[in-house]
Design a protein around this ligand. Structure first.
Ligand code: SIN
Length: 288
């Protein structure tokens, strides 16, 4: 007599958030241990959906650090001024920070992928909401695998095999980053070279890999041509058909795949209200 196949009941529910990007995960408390089958399923969901939104979490910094290890090892962030004193691998994002000249600093404005100026940039970034404005402050994501797949063939041919030079802050960046301390600067490479098209190490799909905040040059291309090409690529990527827009809810823990997405924060909310999130990143591979 044949035995029924063994089935594993996973301790969470998953619901896609758009046709191409994002999945909501409910029914799991990330403060509790997660067993091997569920860990594997969550890792697969991350590769498949690129954004995972865990609802109804309340993690203290140490619990967040433990939870993200389901997905990999922590990547040390470059600007240690945002580190939490009690748990320095966890940083914070806040709309209460100011530049030295007194202007408000909104972290993450303008489409980018995180820390692409590292030799092996982080595969994932995780944010956990601690305090949110009543409305606004969404995080927008664009799916760069889909954007690549939908590029005209002539544009694909122009970028395949090309490489770009990434630095801490590009001289072309419209966004000003918070300056690094001297000690932090010594830890960060002066410049790294990454392909303009990268292949995802886990799902094998190709994506446009650009970062308007960090790309200083395209190798062997004149500046004016490089800027025009980058502008053409970002204009294409920003088309609404490639976007998933995350509207934050209290208790959200959101993680995204920096290998296949660009993202940006929105400073469009009432600045008298605090927007404060914990932030941690996970180690990735050298883009190829
Ligand atoms: C970031 O770019 O890491 C921040 C995104 C956000 O605050 O929504």
């Amino acid at each position: 007599m044949t035995q029924p196949a063994a089935t594993t009941t996973l301790p969470f529910r998953l619901a896609p958030l758009s046709a191409h990007t994002g999945a909501e995960i409910t029914g799991i408390d990330l403060r509790q241990p997660v067993e091997a089958a569920a860990r594997a399923a969550l890792n697969q969901a991350f590769v498949d959906h690129a954004v995972l939104v865990f609802r109804d979490q309340t993690l203290a910094p140490g619990e967040l650090l433990a939870a993200v290890r389901i997905f990999g090892e922590v990547f040390p962030q470059q600007n240690s001024r945002f580190a939490l004193p009690e748990c320095p691998l966890i940083h914070y994002l806040s709309n209460r920070d100011k530049f030295p000249d007194g202007r408000r600093y909104i972290p993450g404005e303008g489409y980018h992928t995180d820390h692409s100026n590292a030799t092996a940039p982080p595969k994932a970034t995780v944010l956990h909401a601690v305090s949110l404005p009543d409305r606004g402050g969404d995080t927008q994501f664009v799916n760069m695998q889909l954007a690549y797949a939908e590029l005209p063939a002539a544009l694909k041919a122009r970028i395949d095999g090309r490489q770009a030079i990434h630095v801490y802050q590009s001289r072309h960046s419209a966004r000003q980053l918070m300056a690094l301390s001297e000690a932090a600067r010594a830890q960060v490479p002066a410049a790294v070279i990454h392909p303009l098209v990268r292949t995802h190490p886990e799902n094998g799909r190709r994506s446009i890999y650009i970062n308007p905040i960090r790309i200083d040059d395209i190798v062997d291309m004149a500046e004016a041509e490089a800027l025009a090409l980058l502008n053409e690529l970002i204009t294409h990527a920003r088309e609404p058909r490639f976007e998933y827009r995350h509207r934050w809810r209290p208790g959200d823990l959101v993680m995204w795949d920096n290998r296949s997405l660009l993202h940006k924060a929105n400073g469009d909310y009432d600045m008298t209200q605090l927007r404060y999130l914990y932030r941690v990143m996970l180690q990735g591979d050298k883009p190829v």
